[in-house]
Design a protein around this ligand. Sequence first.
Ligand SMILES: [Zn+2]
Length: 95
Amino acid sequence: MSLNCPFCHSTDIMIVEANIQQVNSTLSNLASPAALGALGTTVAKSLNLPPIVGGIAGTVLGGLFNSFTEQNTSPKQSLCFCHNCYQKFPIQYLN
Ligand SMILES: [Zn+2]
């Protein structure tokens, strides 16, 4: 397999592992069960509920949210990065 950039035909190419759903993974990190549990505890305090109630509710919500986002997460894909024209492209482009 020759490593030629499909854009500029340079051979100065590096293969990188890339997760093309980076936005989703950042979102699920923000909405992790631990983070939502802490948020729920804060909300419960402001509502004069026992903090454990809010913590459990937040953790359950976070788990549900993560199960939804995990279904949409694609597996990691190998990408090639061209040092000459700074293009990224799937490794399948290389023939
Ligand atoms: Zn290139």
